[in-house]
Design a protein around this ligand. Structure first.
Ligand code: UDP
Length: 328
């Protein structure tokens, strides 16, 4: 019997990698996506159901058709800058969307739920390594909306038996090494793809956002994790739920932070080319440093972030950028 997993946001960067890995693990990923920021062409590993999380009737239809045994919920809006300008949209799309999805899932008898959360739920905590026991003090409506969903999952777990695995991502980077899917956002806002576009002449330059942060070189520090490693943790999370181990939250990062300037230096090494740079102001809402302690995922899920060496992640992203599949 086919084992269907409903993958919301399966047409996006992380969701499309999830579909690939789920397919290889013997599941049928059913993508639910409104294609607002995702790409029809990225849905290669299972069926696409176009729809919006705001549309409960459409969700009910999709649950009835495929009878998924679990949900992986990636669909969300996720740009800190936009969240600062327009918090209402973040609350509406992310929180109401998740509420509809959780209720539809429970109504269909599907009680296993894997949720894509974020280190943005922690806010800015002065250089400490963040783990599942750290206080969650989000700085912006994006982080707050994700934290609200985490809390909602807890409530539905207590009252209705929903089992959830929550993954708090640090900075996801890299691409499928086989080049079938990769990172492509429009507009692009993320450091590594923007940097590669600047190297490739697709953009005039990269702007470094802020050089006066209290860090070793004045630029922000992030913990970058390979998208394929991240998704392997999700499959392990699914198996955790299948084994009836209950609800749990896990941080996914490498425990090592790199500054923006260090990322740029690694990209020179990978591409043998210079990055045209201008130094700009800080970006509103950015935390100084976000670094993960992922020992829980390593210990309890048997996770190994084997591909998450920064040079390797940039090399995979660069290969994707130069492939015919990247249309940036
Ligand atoms: N960044 C930058 N220039 C850019 C985009 C990002 O200097 O054009 C910095 C940003 O301030 C942050 C880091 O790169 O410190 C990673 O940003 P990204 O948007 O990739 O991910 P985020 O940390 O916001 O999730």
């Amino acid at each position: 019997m086919s084992r269907h997993i409903l993958v919301t946001g399966g047409a996006g960067y992380i969701g499309s990698h999830a579909c690939k890995v789920l397919r290889a693990a013997g599941y049928v990923p059913v993508t639910f996506d409104n294609l607002a920021t995702g790409w029809r062409d990225a849905v290669k590993f299972g069926p696409l159901e176009e729809g919006d999380l705001a549309d409960r009737a459409r969700l009910d239809e999709v649950f009835a058709r495929w009878k998924p045994e679990a949900v992986m919920h990636f669909a969300a809006i996720s740009l800190v800058g936009d969240a600062m300008r327009d918090p209402g949209t973040y609350w509406r799309v992310n929180v109401l969307g998740a509420l509809n999805l959780i209720e539809a899932s429970l109504a269909a008898g599907c009680k296993n739920f894997v949720f894509s959360s974020t280190c943005a739920t922690y806010g800015d905590q002065d250089g400490v390594v963040l783990d599942e026991n750290s206080a969650q003090l989000p700085l912006n409506a994006y982080g707050k909306s994700k934290l609200a969903i985490e809390q909602m999952l807890g409530d539905f777990g207590a009252s209705h038996g929903l089992n959830s695995v929550i993954f708090r991502y640090f900075n996801v980077a890299g691409a499928d090494p086989e080049g079938e899917v990769g990172e492509f956002h429009r507009p692009e806002t993320h450091l590594i793809p923007l940097m590669l576009d600047a190297i490739d002449g697709k953009r005039p330059e990269l702007t470094v956002f802020g050089t006066d942060y209290p860090t070793r070189d004045g630029t922000c520090i992030r913990d970058y994790v390979h998208v394929m490693d991240l998704i392997e943790a999700h499959v392990a999370g699914l198996k955790w739920l299948e084994a009836g181990q209950g609800s749990r939250a896990f941080c996914l990062g490498t425990g090592r932070g790199f500054s923006v300037k260090e990322v740029i230096a690694h990209s020179r090494e990978v591409t043998n080319r210079d990055v045209p740079i201008i130094y700009g102001d800080r970006r509103a809402g950015d935390a100084v440093s976000l670094v993960s302690g992922s020992e829980r995922a390593i210990r309890e899920l048997g996770w190994t972030p084997a591909r998450s060496d920064l040079t390797n992640m940039i090399a995979d992203a660069w290969r994707w950028h130069q492939s015919g599949n990247y249309s940036g």
